[in-house]
Design a protein around this ligand. Structure first.
Ligand code: DC
Length: 229
């Protein structure tokens, strides 16, 4: 392998396993992992705290110039998000903020505001970046693009297990309904909707274990690295 930076874009609907898989793949290759959903979640949290209607561009846009959003990595490699200096890594992981993030992410000014932060991260080192529009908009020149999917039921089941582990009382039906609504919002918005890039490799994880999914993506990365070396 040469010293050139290598970029992997992983897009897909919520709960397809993107973040878990992306983090594991990044660790395997020594790349940094950028969770772009966490960045949108931080804007969602800011809107929530300001009492702004997250569906209203007129309410959310004026907040942006006053925000300071940044991220870094903890000793264990996890991405930590900061809003105006406060570590909000946990606060952004609630079902309410999932919905706020999805709502604010449909506002073009929010997407524009977060673009440089995402591209800068990929300019600094080899990355695995996950989100909804990484292969289509943020890193259209990514070396490898993966569109990760799974059935809505499989995705809701996994998300429920994550929430339960944190003591969240949500039921399967609530999680499934939230997920279907969020997918609908994320795929039908006008600005950078969730869709597979024309040159993305589709990976359906419905019937795969986490280990199998990680191995599949690692195999794709290795193949691609060989091809571009
Ligand atoms: O990946 P996630 O569930 O943490 O993302 C939260 C929301 O942020 C998601 O519903 C849509 C939005 N998002 C986006 O629009 N573009 C991205 N690249 C990542 C997330």
């Amino acid at each position: 392998m040469t010293d050139r930076r290598f970029s992997v874009a992983i897009d897909g609907p919520s709960g397809a396993g993107k973040s878990t898989i992306a983090r594991a793949v990044a660790a395997r290759f020594g790349f940094i992992y950028v969770d772009t959903g966490a960045i949108y979640r931080t804007v969602g949290l800011a809107a929530r705290r300001a009492g702004a209607d997250p569906y209203s561009a007129r309410a959310v846009e004026p907040l942006l110039p006053g925000l300071s959003i940044r991220f870094d990595y903890g000793a264990d490699g996890t991405q930590r998000m900061y809003l105006n200096g406060e570590d909000v890594s946990r606060a952004i992981r609630t079902p309410e903020i999932s919905m706020y993030a999805s709502a604010v992410s449909a506002i073009p000014a929010v997407r524009a505001y977060l673009m440089d932060m995402q591209r800068d991260a990929a300019g600094r080192s080899s990355v695995v970046m996950d989100g909804r529009d990484i292969g289509t908009v943020v890193l259209p020149q990514a070396d490898l693009k993966i569109f990760l999917t799974a059935s809505a039921e499989a995705r809701a089941g996994r998300r429920l297990a994550e929430l339960k582990a944190k003591g969240d009382p949500s039921t399967f039906d609530e999680v499934l309904a939230d997920m279907v609504r969020r997918d609908e919002q994320d795929t039908t918005r006008a600005a950078a909707p969730l869709r597979a890039a024309a040159d993305a490799v589709a990976v359906d994880t419905s019937d795969m274990t986490l280990d199998e999914s990680v191995e599949r993506v690692c195999a794709l990365v290795r193949e691609r690295m060989e091809a571009v070396r």
